[in-house]
Design a protein around this ligand. Structure first.
Ligand code: FMN
Length: 158
């Protein structure tokens, strides 16, 4: 299987940390069973040059919102906007096959809201969530969610 491509953004390092652990988890899976895909992750930041994506990818995005309550009052995305702009660039949205969100459950209804909004705005499924840096049991859960989605996409394209 081809490597799983992930684009992510991380402002304070939690997402970066989780992606590092997820990549290591994938390496271990791959070493035990070469059919299990590796992970190829690219960080998007304000400094990134926008490129036209040619392969399917997943987006990992944390949530930074200003105001609102996530239900009936407006909330404004902060800090992560460049990730959305990257997906909206050229034909990149056509290759987005799933979104994984992170956040802090103290934000209640706004937990992982940015990822949910991306999923809706860019018409890709919201696949999984984890809190902050995640914990070890999140790694197999998220990895399997990506695999399941990849299998579905391959079946759709066949
Ligand atoms: C100013 C600010 C606003 C935040 N707003 C939300 C929010 O609305 N919902 C949520 O689930 N988490 C929220 N968080 C928590 C972050 O999403 C969480 O800490 C995440 O792990 C940060 O990822 P990063 O370290 O990769 O940037 C907020 C954090 C900060 C500092």
């Amino acid at each position: 299987m081809k490597p799983i491509r992930i684009l992510f953004i991380s402002i304070e390092g939690n997402t970066r940390n989780f992606i590092t652990h997820l990549t290591q988890f994938a390496e271990k899976q791959h070493s035990e069973d070469s059919e299990k895909p590796l992970i190829e992750a690219t960080e998007i930041s304000e400094q990134s040059d926008f490129e036209k994506e040619t392969k399917d990818y997943f987006c990992f995005v944390p949530t930074y919102l200003d105001g609102g309550n996530g239900i009936d009052t407006g909330v404004k995305e902060l800090m992560t906007n460049v990730m959305g702009e990257y997906i909206a660039y050229s034909t990149n949205r056509n290759h987005l096959i799933g979104v994984v969100g992170s956040g802090n459950k103290n934000f209640n209804e706004q937990y992982c809201l940015t990822a949910k909004r991306y999923a809706s705005d860019y018409e890709a499924p919201f696949l999984a969530d984890y809190e902050l840096r995640g914990v070890p049991r999140d790694e197999p859960r998220v990895y399997n969610a990506l695999l399941e989605r990849l299998t579905e996409v391959v079946a759709e394209e066949a």
